[in-house]
Design a protein around this ligand. Structure first.
Ligand SMILES: [Zn+2]
Length: 175
């Protein structure tokens, strides 16, 4: 997958001189190529990042949203469909990321690339639907067995077989 392709490094040295100070970051981010089995971001498509970076005494927080354009087959009718998912971000970057939930600040720079990759993957729909009331496949393009059961009349030449009952032990017809 393309985690290496997302690069979004944000310098926070000025911000960190004043704990409590905030800085808005809005960017278009190339998410093309990110995908799961059910949906993917089309090649060349960008997501929109809109976050606030806030300085804390021991690091910075990043809070906001990422929009993720996607395409994929509708789970009912299998026609191509698309949409835009929005995912909320809340990450904490720390000088001393002892906790596994914390991300590192390196040389007064935070790297949002891996965060955006993971957020985009999680935002993709696992079961896309072209519209809420999609009725499923058009019968003429996807012949399917009728849900109420196949009621074709049995060919009379075979009907005698229906009368036979076999002994499961011997496969011999029972009288
Ligand atoms: Zn559909």
């Amino acid at each position: 997958m393309s985690s290496d392709r997302i690069h979004l490094r944000v310098g926070v040295s000025d911000l960190r001189r004043h704990p409590g100070e905030r800085m808005g970051v809005q960017r278009d981010v190339d998410l093309g190529g990110i995908g799961v089995s059910s949906a993917a971001v089309p090649a060349g498509s960008t997501g929109r990042l809109d976050v606030v970076v806030e300085s804390r005494s021991d690091g910075v927080t990043v809070t906001g949203t990422l929009t993720v354009p996607w395409t994929g087959p509708c789970r009912r009718c299998l026609e191509p469909t698309d949409g835009v998912a929005e995912v909320h971000l809340r990450e904490v970057f720390s000088d001393d990321p002892v906790d596994a939930d914390l991300l590192p600040i390196e040389s007064d720079v935070i790297d949002l690339g891996p965060v955006l990759h993971d957020a985009a993957v999680l935002a993709l729909p696992l079961a896309p639907l072209c519209r809420d009331d999609c009725a499923g496949p058009a019968p003429e393009s996807f012949p399917v067995q009728r849900a109420d059961g196949d009621e074709r009349p049995v060919d009379p030449r075979w009907s005698a077989l229906d009368e036979l009952r076999f002994d499961p032990g011997t496969d011999a017809p029972l009288e």
